[in-house]
Design a protein around this ligand. Sequence first.
Ligand code: DX5
Ligand code: ZN
Length: 218
Amino acid sequence: MAPQISPSILSADFANLAGDVAAISDVADWVHVDVMDNHFVPNLTIGLPVVRALLKHSPLPLDCHLMIEDPDRWAPQFAEAGAQSVTIHAEAAKAPIRTLRTIRAAGARSGLAINPATPVEPYEDILGEIDMLLLMTVEPGFGGQKFLDVVLPKVRRARELIKGRDLPVWLQVDGGVSAETIERCAEAGADVFVAGNAVYGAEDPAEAVQKLRQQAAG
Ligand code: DX5
Ligand code: ZN
């Protein structure tokens, strides 16, 4: 699949979300929305009401990354609200298969995320339940952190597992993805790239997205 870019609005201006989404809407594929509850991660960000509002204003589909406890309760509501992709954390979900199926049944793409130190192999048998596997390349919670190179071998292994099963699962990397690191991620097999600081920290966010895409395409 051609590389896709999902700019994270965690690094955008929270008082001007519609404007910051519009700034990248001609060049990006998704808008990455980081939902944090101050329990699963030590930060508090956006919730369902803001996602509902964004859905009305965003020309791009929303890629909602739920860094929250009890995703089994909340994820279906994001999907029912109209979010086009909903990703839950394996470390937080108590009934991941049921929740992933509920997300799909509501018409959204289902995503499963794992933290840098969580192995991918235990999830091999449920790859058929998901549309996207998200490998965190920083510890979740904050934008602007340093990319963790130690995750790259796992990106490679995940790509092999997906290929081995011949599944159309997208492989997303999130955290510290930038002009310096995106090529290594693409080479390891990632095809969906989240970038917060590298996009919204740039003088021209749209140009930054285009450059990242070119680099990811190799
Ligand atoms: C971190 C979030 C990321 C974050 C990425 O917990 O999940 O999506 O916004 O930001 P950068 O690209 O700045 O590392
Ligand atoms: Zn994220």
